[in-house]
Design a protein around this ligand. Structure first.
Ligand code: HEC
Length: 131
C-alpha cells in the first residue's frame, strides 16, 4: 500500500472511532433517577418498578385479583380507570395516600417507603403521565 492510501485508511479509521465513541457517550444515560423535584418522573422506569420489584405490590395486585392491577403494562390503565389519581389534589390520590407509610389507612400489609411515596406524589403532580 502506498503511504498516501495508508494515511487515508488511518484517517478514516480514526474518524470512525471518534464518531462511534461520541455516539456511545450519547447512548449512556443514568438509569437510577436522582430524586430531583424538577426531573420528570417516568412511570415505566420509576413507578412500575415500585409495584413489581420482588412482587412488592403485584403479589396481591395482579391481573384479575379484584384490586387494582399493578402489573407491568397494566398498572397505568388500572390506576386511571379506577380513578386512583386526583390531578387537582395530588395528595388526595388513592394510589398515593392509601399505601403510604405516613398514613393510617387499613392497608397495613404493605406501605411505600418514604422515597417511594415521594416519587409517586411527584409523578402525580407532574400530571400522572404515561411515560
Ligand atoms: C398482601 C397483599 C397486598 C400487598 C402486598 C399490597 N396490597 Fe394493596 N391492597 C390489598 C387489598 C386486599 C386491597 C383491598 C382492601 C383494602 O381496601 O384495603 C388493597 C388495596 C389497595 C389500594 C386501593 C385501591 C384498590 O386497588 O382496591 C391501593 C391503591 C393499593 N392497595 C396499593 C398497593 C401498593 C402500591 C402496594 C405495594 C407498595 C400494595 N398495594 C401492596 C392487598 C395488598
Amino acid at each position: 500500500m502506498k503511504t498516501k492510501s495508508k494515511i487515508l485508511v488511518f484517517t478514516f479509521l480514526l474518524a470512525m472511532g471518534l464518531i462511534s465513541s461520541c455516539q456511545y457517550d450519547n447512548i449512556i444515560e443514568p438509569v437510577t433517577p436522582p430524586p430531583n423535584p424538577t426531573d420528570t418522573v417516568s412511570f415505566v422506569n420509576q413507578i412500575e418498578p415500585i409495584f413489581n420489584n420482588n412482587s412488592n405490590c403485584t403479589a396481591c395486585h395482579f391481573t384479575g385479583g379484584g384490586h387494582s392491577d399493578l402489573t407491568t403494562g397494566n398498572a397505568y390503565n388500572s390506576i386511571k380507570s379506577m380513578g386512583l389519581v386526583n390531578l387537582s389534589d395530588p395528595e388526595a390520590s388513592i394510589i398515593y395516600w392509601y399505601p403510604n407509610l405516613d398514613n393510617s389507612s387499613d392497608h397495613t400489609w404493605k406501605k411505600y417507603t418514604a422515597e417511594e411515596a415521594q416519587l409517586v406524589l411527584q409523578w402525580i403532580k407532574q400530571g400522572a403521565l404515561n411515560n
